[in-house]
Design a binder for this molecule. Structure first.
Ligand SMILES: Cc1cc2nc3c(=O)[nH]c(=O)nc-3n(C[C@H](O)[C@H](O)[C@H](O)COP(=O)(O)OP(=O)(O)OC[C@H]3O[C@@H](n4cnc5c(N)ncnc54)[C@H](O)[C@@H]3O)c2cc1C
Length: 468
């Protein structure tokens, strides 16, 4: 617990905003994307700058207070907030500085991917972010970063040039290929285990206008549609990053009447190359069926970054399961389609991402802490529902689908899609034993007391003492 006098101590040296239970804004500041998470921090430190982060880290370390780090609060496990402890909230740190000549961008740790896309669009540039605009640059990059440019330009973390980090002992360091390179290796995949990143510097790429969108088919035809997409997508160039989604079109009366509330399979994504090439490439996918709706069109990349946001509204109850696929077999597709036909919630989205066969694989497996670059597909069940009375049956359905998919899943999982209930074995599986052991050794070096443990935690490696 954080006493009032301790809170006063921090207030005296803090430039940002401090929120304690009972303060106006406290409840909004403790809410995260997943409404299953209902934690009551002792203090929420909305940092104004990196100096505030140093003060907050020192405050927690000196008093042995539990710490969580928050960017946007999108982590499905809710690790951004903790009970009784201190939330280091970076959401006010939203500065972005573009160096168009060098095609680089410096991004403060509270930004989301929409902010970055908007800042770069006028320069015809983009950094590979996520599939939606509202996820945070911080957590997404530190765990990996799968998004619409992954096949062409790799993961978000593959485009990280440097990061400014506040370590557990309060030191401010830069991590890059030439400074603290072991830390740089660890934060590219190891999540928030190694310190609080205050600024990220990324390599940007020429992107500008893309062909992006989705075709929608009735969910009853999902198996055939997903097979068609799989065969089309497997032969497509790296400029093309597409996914298949099973979901219910939102109950939005302003939507097209044949779609509103209807279960659909969507096949969509981004072609980031010459518009004419994209139009020609995508024609067979757009003509197949024909679809209920064809929403593909040329658009600025910053608009494509937002096109899937509607499917993942914040504030619902949520439970996720995920795993990689070495191949997308007909039988695996049948399992997914069969289960979706009995999905208990209209807010649930089942996603098959095709991220592989591209830039991600060209980075050597050992170059970063991120695990499993070689698996081409990622399967993600993002269950979401409104009524707490429906929690049990939604979790059960999610687990049953995941269990039924076991014969088709590859070894390993993406750490950023893990929930809070997965356990140490799944964290180990996210990295594999070799990388996990290296991460544990670096954790001992950079955070031996495990101050940063509200995350998919890598415990510091034990010190081996000789008997003599
Ligand atoms: C709707 C939705 C869509 C998603 N889409 C994608 C996607 O397209 N691609 C993808 O790769 N992932 C995606 N994810 C997963 C996402 O990468 C993780 O949820 C990630 O943890 C979100 O990071 P955040 O900073 O937004 O969240 P937060 O919950 O704020 O942070 C998550 C964790 O990251 C760490 N952290 C955050 N900021 C810092 C920092 N500055 N320094 C050190 N540690 C920090 C902390 O451990 C924190 O608990 C999605 C998640 C959701 C809910």
């Amino acid at each position: 617990m954080i006493s009032a006098s301790d809170a006063r101590d921090l207030r005296a040296r803090f430039h940002g905003e401090l929120l304690a239970p009972g303060d106006a804004g406290y409840d909004a500041a403790r809410a995260v994307f997943n409404a299953m998470i209902d934690r009551r921090p002792g203090l929420i430190a909305k940092c104004g700058n990196a100096d505030d982060v140093v003060e907050a880290v020192a405050f927690a370390r000196e008093r042995g207070i539990l710490v969580s780090i928050r960017c946007t609060g999108h982590n499905i496990g809710g690790f951004a907030v903790c009970d009784d402890g201190l939330v280091i909230d970076l959401s006010r740190m939203r500065g972005i500085a573009v160096d168009a000549g060098a095609s680089t961008v410096r991004v403060e740790a509270g930004c989301n991917w929409g902010d970055v896309a908007d800042a770069l669009q006028p320069h015809g540039l983009a950094v590979p972010g996520g599939f939606v605009s509202v996820t945070g640059v911080s957590g997404l990059t530190l765990g990996g970063g799968l998004g619409w440019l992954v096949r062409k330009y790799g993961l978000s973390l593959d485009n990280l040039l440097s990061a400014d980090v506040v370590l557990a002992d309060g030191r401010r360091v830069t991590a890059s290929a030439t400074a603290n390179d072991d830390l740089f290796w660890a934060i590219r995949g190891g999540g928030g285990n190694f310190g609080v990143v205050t600024t990220f510097e990324f390599q940007a790429h020429p992107v500008g206008t893309v062909v992006a969108g989705i075709v929608l088919h009735p969910a009853a035809k999902a198996a055939e549609a997903i097979r068609t997409w799989r065969d089309f997508d497997a032969r497509s160039p790296e400029a093309n990053t597409q996914g298949a989604l099973l979901f219910h079109f939102p109950e939005d009366p302003s939507g097209p009447p044949p779609l509103v509330g209807r279960p659909v399979v969507g096949l969509g994504g981004v072609y980031a190359g010459p518009i004419e090439d994209g139009e020609a490439l995508l024609r067979p996918l757009r003509e197949y069926g024909p679809p209920l709706a064809d929403l593909f069109q040329p658009m600025p990349y910053s608009a494509a970054q937002r096109m899937a946001d509607f499917a993942f509204p914040a504030g619902l109850l949520g439970y996720w399961k995920s795993g990689y696929l070495a191949a997308l077999s007909d039988r695996a597709i049948d399992v997914i389609a069969d289960f979706f036909a009995r999905v208990p919630s209209k807010q649930t989205v089942v996603v098959i991402e095709h991220n592989g066969d591209g830039a991600m694989e060209r980075v050597a497996e050992g170059a970063t802490a991120f695990g499993h670059r070689g698996w081409p597909y990622n399967f993600v069940v993002t269950s979401a529902w409104k009524d707490p009375a429906d929690t049990e049956r939604n979790i059960l359905w999610t687990r049953e689908l995941f269990a039924a998919m076991q014969p088709y899943l590859a070894n390993g999982v993406y750490v950023n899609y893990l929930g809070a209930d997965e356990g140490a074995d799944r964290v180990l599986a996210a990295y594999g034993p070799e990388k996990h052991a290296r991460l544990a050794a670096l954790k001992r070096k950079y955070d031996p007391e495990n101050l940063f443990r509200m995350n998919q935690n890598i415990a510091p490696a034990a010190v081996v003492r000789s008997a003599t």
